[in-house]
Design a protein around this ligand. Sequence first.
Ligand code: SAM
Length: 239
Amino acid sequence: AEEVGGGDKEVVREYFNNNGFQRWKKIYGDTDDVNKVQLDIRLGHSKTVENVMKMLTEEGSLQGVTVCDAGCGTGCLSIPLAKEGAVVSASDISASMVAEAQKQAQEELFKDKDDQSPAPVMPKFEVKDLESLDGKYDTVVCLDVMIHYPQSKADGMIAHLASLAENRLILSFAPKTFYYDLLKRIGELFPGPSKATRAYLHAEADVERALQKAGWKIRKRGLIATQFYFAKLIEAVPA
Ligand code: SAM
């Protein structure tokens, strides 16, 4: 039962509705009840979100731009996107995550309504796995979700996300480099209690090949690395 779409996907859904939800809500939040490793991951992830916002806004205003945030988690990206005026469709396989994202968006976006111009648009939140997403969006973003997909399934996932995007596709993934692969293997020898799901690393060349096959090319690349968080960030455009 290794495959997303088979048993693995059920395991991922179950994890992110329960233990994984509690763990990641804490990491993605701003409370003090995190350990050093979790704090480091929080920092790394927030850098990824910052870099994505930079990548997107340096191409022009996001006002009225449609963005699909696939695997939105607690809304760390959807909320800043909405603040910039983007029309956000946010979805996640986990109903717990979607409910939390909805709650945080409500709190964050409308707390001081008077001095916001233009007024942000509430993202449209949905419980949906990304294989069943449809429609067309100017931009599709999928952050830190590929770690749940083996490369054999990631190709199809990348092609599907690309088919939903008109202009831009932004992906982040844990890079399969020698050092990180080693860390991960050590981690597997000593699995922590809350690491209930498998983690898949991806070689940048494999991701690039999958994009090329779908008719896309990489325009920007970045690497976010802290002590315990590694993410390769890429922006692709139609070739
Ligand atoms: N993208 C968010 C962020 O960067 O803040 C959340 C990242 S979190 C590590 C991974 C998220 O992917 C979880 O919320 C999980 O429920 C979601 N996820 C995993 N597999 C998925 C799938 N097949 N379809 C949609 N969401 C999925």
